[in-house]
Design a binder for this molecule. Sequence first.
Ligand code: HEC
Ligand code: HEC
Ligand code: HEC
Ligand code: HEC
Length: 214
Amino acid sequence: MADNNWEKITSFRNTDIPTWLPVLVGAAFIYAAWFFYTNKTGKQQGPHNFVMKPEYYDTAPVRTLKNRLETQGMPCGDCHDPAGPSSNDPTKAPEVHSQIVLNHGSNNHCFNCHNNGSRNFFAGPGGAKVPYAHVEMLCGKCHGNQYRDWERGTHGRRNGYWNKAMGEQKALVCIACHNPHDPKFKPLTAAPQPQAYIDAALNGQIYATPGEKH
Ligand code: HEC
Ligand code: HEC
Ligand code: HEC
Ligand code: HEC
């Protein structure tokens, strides 16, 4: 038994490798190297003169923020506090506020967000007054996950400097992007993948995206 096995193994080890095999493998490697080399230094991959749309690199928020909660130049409290006018249906904007069209899913009650007792503020948990400058505390009341992600910098956007020693870093607040009354974004098209390319017209400098120098 044992002897038989031994013979099998030695006979396998003595099998001749045909001489053309290493030659073929070597040739394949040289061809592959040539293929990748010429492909890289030859014609530009992808569209050469693609133009990145500004929406992909513009740092300006999509909404313009005010610095207080107001409508038509008047703080809400001017008309509403203390106990001002009231309509009976706080799920629909009354005529005086007809510019507000609420489309926030099942969150369809004005006083889920606006502080009924103190109209210049938002409604925090348990009726707490959330000031305009901290509107993220309002959104965070119901959108805990996004609030947490936003706090850590993985939702929304940081403008300015990563290295805070070099300059200010500013986190855009929720309503700089979301319209609170109609917060959903239309599905977005992904930006083109980053691609380094060498632009001969610009002294052979390497750019990650057009207009961005490294
Ligand atoms: C120029 C005066 C005026 C200002 C300023 C004003 N409101 Fe009003 N608001 C009214 C009137 C009048 C009504 C009631 C209309 C009715 O009788 O149907 C009203 C109704 C409302 C309602 C409907 C629910 C209710 O019963 O109160 C909400 C919510 C509301 N206002 C929020 C605000 C907020 C938030 C602001 C500030 C961003 C604001 N208002 C600023 C005049 C004003
Ligand atoms: C999801 C929370 C939320 C709900 C619900 C909500 N609001 Fe607002 N509302 C806000 C926030 C946040 C702002 C501040 C927006 C800004 O300044 O960009 C605001 C601003 C306003 C303004 C001032 C802005 C303007 O264009 O005049 C009025 C008036 C107003 N809300 C009325 C209402 C009324 C009436 C309802 C109910 C039909 C309502 N809101 C429901 C969060 C909410
Ligand atoms: C009182 C709770 C509440 C508050 C406060 C609130 N939301 Fe919402 N939000 C909801 C609910 C409920 C939905 C709808 C979920 C559904 O019906 O599918 C929603 C939906 C959304 C959506 C769409 C999510 C999706 O995937 O369709 C966005 C974006 C959003 N909210 C942003 C905000 C922002 C920004 C604020 C602060 C200005 C805010 N919300 C404040 C409860 C809230
Ligand atoms: C710089 C802009 C920006 C800021 C700031 C921002 N968001 Fe968003 N948010 C978006 C965009 C864009 C989407 C849609 C993502 C998608 O469709 O894939 C989104 C999606 C959402 C959704 C839907 C669910 C999801 O995660 O896709 C919720 C809820 C939401 N944001 C809440 C918030 C809250 C709460 C804050 C503040 C704490 C906030 N956002 C700040 C841009 C922003």
